[in-house]
Design a protein around this ligand. Structure first.
Ligand SMILES: [Ca+2]
Ligand SMILES: [Ca+2]
Ligand SMILES: [Ca+2]
Ligand SMILES: [Ca+2]
Length: 339
């Protein structure tokens, strides 16, 4: 379901908007309806990738060099809050304790070398994680039994990336969990949902959510919503996502947190806004971050079937094909890696 934009005769640019004038019908596609910013650089890149020869760029309004160089002063920005989801996790139904860890920064403890290898790094994650807690300065017993962990930054966090592909601006939301405590036990767990916004209408058309080694696609209009934001159910332990609700801890798009029928020892009833990490240009309210490591070692001695702390390497999100080519999701059961 790709929308092809014909090669424009020329592009007019002014203060963050642009108009494509097409040779055939001479009627402009006015992309002002897209509401939030259209990164000029990004669209150029997309045409280049499609092998379209770009015609002369005629700039109206502000000084040419400044307007064409990217989102300058006054230019609209990409707003990652626009499609940020409400997540509801597994609760105590079916006689279990429900979900025990939630999306958070992958760098969340910078003071404790928990696995004793002389480095404070990503492989200390499982040992330092304090379960059933959401908050800025979390303390407690570590997931693998170590006492006095903390301070941990276990606030809700998302790693945001956007690309323009096939007639869409794709808003990618990547979630990091320190522990995937399921039949496929592993340290580190990267899950994701993508929203496809049409460049022609400026409206969201599809949402794609990760579920084990699949990316499942839904029509935006048929997906459950929470005040205009997707409402996604997260399956216990492995964090696969689904369209149906769950009964446990809920983190809303606006940061409202509630335990419901789940267990939450810190964070219940609080409002903790999502941390939006992104290094992309023009992203509103983004916190930049260091894209290290390139690989996460999914093994951990805590797991009977995956004991090698430095084994089971999986590329970081920003090293995956999917990161810059989300059309890959259309191919269904062909994910590169099962998280
Ligand atoms: Ca360590
Ligand atoms: Ca570890
Ligand atoms: Ca998982
Ligand atoms: Ca590890």
């Amino acid at each position: 379901m790709k929308i092809k934009i014909p090669a424009p005769a020329f592009i007019a640019v002014s203060a963050g908007i642009f108009v494509f004038l097409h040779a055939k019908n001479a009627s402009p596609f006015d992309l002002r309806g897209a509401a939030e910013g259209l990164g000029f650089d990004t669209v150029i890149a997309d045409f280049e990738e499609a092998g379209v020869d770009l015609p002369e760029v005629k700039v109206s309004g502000e000084s040419g060099a400044g307007a064409a160089a990217g989102p300058g002063p006054g230019a609209a920005q990409i707003n990652p809050l626009k499609y940020l989801a409400t997540l509801q996790f597994d609760g105590k139904a079916y006689w279990n304790t429900g979900e025990q860890n939630f999306p958070q920064p992958f760098v969340f403890n910078t003071t404790q070398d928990a696995n004793g290898d002389g480095e404070i790094d990503a492989d200390d994650a499982l040992e330092n994680l304090v379960r059933y807690k959401i908050g800025r300065d979390v303390y407690g017993k570590g997931r693998s039994g170590l006492p006095d962990r903390g301070p941990n930054d276990q606030r809700p966090a998302v790693y945001f990336h956007y690309v323009v592909r096939g007639g869409y601006r794709v808003y990618e939301y990547w979630l990091y969990y320190a522990d995937n405590d399921y039949w496929n036990d592993h340290e580190h767990d990267w899950e994701r949902y993508f929203v496809y916004e049409s460049l022609l209408t400026g409206l969201p058309e599809r949402i794609v959510i990760s579920r084990h080694n699949q990316m499942r696609e839904y029509d935006w209009g048929k997906f459950p919503m929470d005040e205009g934001h997707p409402s996604i159910g997260v399956i216990g332990g492995g964090h696969a996502m689904r369209e149906a609700a769950q009964d446990g801890v809920r983190i809303r798009y606006n940061g409202e947190i509630s335990a419901n029928n789940g267990r939450l020892d810190a964070g219940d009833g609080q409002n903790i806004p999502w941390l939006i990490f992104s290094n992309d240009p023009g992203v509103k309210g983004a916190i930049s971050y260091v894209r290290q490591p390139d690989c996460f070692n999914y093994g951990d001695p805590r797991y009977f079937r995956n004991r090698d702390e430095y084994g089971d390497l999986r590329p970081a999100p920003w090293k995956r094909v999917l990161w810059d080519d989300p059309q890959y999701a259309d191919q269904g059961d062909t994910e590169e890696f099962s998280d």
